[in-house]
Design a protein around this ligand. Structure first.
Ligand code: CU
Length: 312
């Protein structure tokens, strides 16, 4: 439903959000109309000069009405809850094999970075027809990443990674905004998202200036920062083997189990004492403040290339 009053819809999710929005508006309008109509009808029917019969409703009748409207309201709300929850739940977890793009917010710009290291400022090129997962953080205050055409809004917090994903189905250029007041130039903190056909995106990605190999740079950081001193050796009694870590379920010392996704791997590097792996001493130092987000992305990219074969 593209109108002048409403931002365009560039994904199935955007359309279902709009259907929900207009559905709620219609239900509310119907209830307002019913209440107003009853007010008017009764005001006229029982106006002072009318000689309609005025008597108490019988007790049974009053109870029926009471139960009736309470039940109707209850089921209407239950239905609305179900409808909205189904929509909200599907957007929680990104599908596996989504294209991953990193977003870093700072006063007052958006920096985005693609899998091959290509980066942009206040722009985001992304493919249509495939799921795209955004891993986001802020370098200063709280921002909110907002793509109206995709009806997607997610807070971006300092010191934490938040995620969002979308699957667009319409190529084009749309707004990218910050939706959380974040200081003087908040209103100027925005740019555009360029949704392209997958082949065009690949072509753009190859042409965009980028570092040759993200994971290779991660590998040299892994050595430079001393990670390999503990994790690199053949002997994995001191530190866990990182090969095949990505996607594996990790047992923690306190009994919990976690799936090793990107956020877990990042957390393990920034905050090693939070999720200590079962069977190991918490000897790993924190790298918070030692590695910046760009380096962290490279290290995680490198760790994800390590398969079951063994850390090399
Ligand atoms: Cu902002």
């Amino acid at each position: 439903m593209d109108t002048v009053f409403f931002p365009p819809e560039a994904s199935a999710e955007a359309r279902s959000v709009d259907v929900l929005f207009f559905g709620l508006t219609a239900i509310s309008a119907a209830i307002v109309a019913l209440v107003v109509a009853l007010c008017l009808a009764f005001a006229i029917r029982y106006r002072r000069s009318s000689n309609r019969l005025r008597r108490e409703t019988s007790e049974g009748r009053a109870r029926e009405v009471e139960i009736g409207w309470t039940a109707a309201t209850f089921f209407t709300f239950l239905f609305i809850f179900w409808w909205a929850a189904v929509g909200a739940l599907t957007v929680l977890a990104a599908p596996e094999r989504a294209v991953e793009i990193h977003v870093v917010a700072k006063q007052w710009m958006w920096k985005t970075q693609h899998s091959n290291g290509a980066s942009e400022i206040n722009e985001l090129h992304a493919p249509v027809g495939v799921p795209v997962r955004l891993v986001m953080t802020s370098q200063d205050v709280i921002h909110s990443f907002f793509l109206p055409a995709l009806r997607l809004k997610q807070d971006v917090l300092p010191g934490r990674y938040t995620e969002a994903w979308f699957k667009a189905d319409k190529a084009g250029t749309f707004n990218l905004l910050c939706a959380e007041f974040c200081g003087t130039d908040h209103s100027k903190m925005g740019g555009r998202i360029v949704l392209m056909k997958p082949a065009d995106y690949q072509a753009w990605l190859a042409k965009a200036p980028h570092t040759t190999d993200f994971a290779a740079e991660g590998r040299s950081l892994f050595t430079q920062l001393g990670c390999s001193g503990c994790h690199g050796s053949e002997d994995h009694t001191k530190a866990p083997n990182l090969a095949g870590l990505s996607g594996r379920v990790v047992k923690l010392a306190d009994g919990r189990s976690l799936k090793a996704d990107d956020a877990y791997i990042r957390g393990s590097i920034l905050e090693p004492h939070r999720d200590v792996v079962a069977g190991y001493e918490p000897i790993m130092p924190s790298y918070r403040g030692v590695v910046d987000d760009g380096q962290l992305s490279r290290i995680v990219a490198y760790i994800k290339t390590l398969d079951q074969g063994g850390a090399s």
